[in-house]
Design a protein around this ligand. Structure first.
Ligand code: ZN
Length: 212
């Protein structure tokens, strides 16, 4: 079953995870996971620029290592960015030590206090450790743009039918989402701009202390 909008019960049960953000005026927080890559990320940046939209990029450290110039484009355009581990690790597949080291390895390049766990998987003990350094950013609306069985229009409808002011929305700047993203991102920007919404980056702070 696809959970498109995160249920309230899950949000209440996990007060240390951020699922949505307060917004004084109508605002969407678009987020892009798994980049940066030269094939897609520059297109995302150009598209956001057309709408004066800011967003947040949850970067895979190894992609930042391979494509530092694309990562620099994100920074230069005034967006924010988060840590998505160095190798897109799932915490349930590796030891706690390996997972934390992989995050630290990404942090050496990223220097951010935002973190999103790959596949949304996180354990209570990791939340406890990571929350001293990171804001753990989850989402309110998942587009499922990575699901090739979905039509591009359905990915957009997942946003339109569920996102409200303050919603954090997940998209992906990756090769497998290209077809869905190239329709659903402009459609989302068009639709919510016409409704008077703005598009903001999730605020970053300077890092507090190293993860132990
Ligand atoms: Zn991911």
């Amino acid at each position: 079953m696809r959970i498109i909008k995160t249920p309230l019960l899950i949000k209440w049960a996990t007060p240390n995870l951020v699922w949505q953000l307060p917004a004084e005026k109508p605002t969407l927080y678009l987020t892009f996971d798994d980049g940066p890559i030269p094939e897609i990320t520059p297109w995302v940046l150009e598209t956001l620029h057309k709408y004066q939209a800011k967003a947040t990029f949850f970067c895979v450290g190894d992609n930042v290592r391979k494509y530092p110039e694309v990562f620099q484009l994100i920074k230069d355009a005034g967006h924010s960015w988060g840590n998505h581990t160095f190798n897109h690790l799932q915490c349930t597949h590796v030891s706690r030590m390996e997972y934390l080291r992989n995050i630290q390895k990404a942090d050496n390049l990223l220097k951010t206090n935002l973190f999103r766990p790959p596949h949304g998987k996180i354990l209570p003990s990791l939340i406890h450790t990571l929350k001293s350094k990171y804001q753990l950013i989850m989402w309110d609306v998942m587009t499922y743009d990575f699901d090739k069985s979905l039509l591009p229009k359905q990915c957009f409808e997942n946003v339109r039918n569920n996102a409200v002011s303050g919603s954090i929305v997940v998209m992906h700047d990756s090769l497998k989402t290209e077809k869905n993203l190239k329709y659903s991102l402009p459609a989302t920007l068009d639709y919510y701009s016409a409704q008077g919404f703005g598009f903001a980056a999730i605020p970053m702070k300077s890092c507090l202390s190293p993860v132990r």
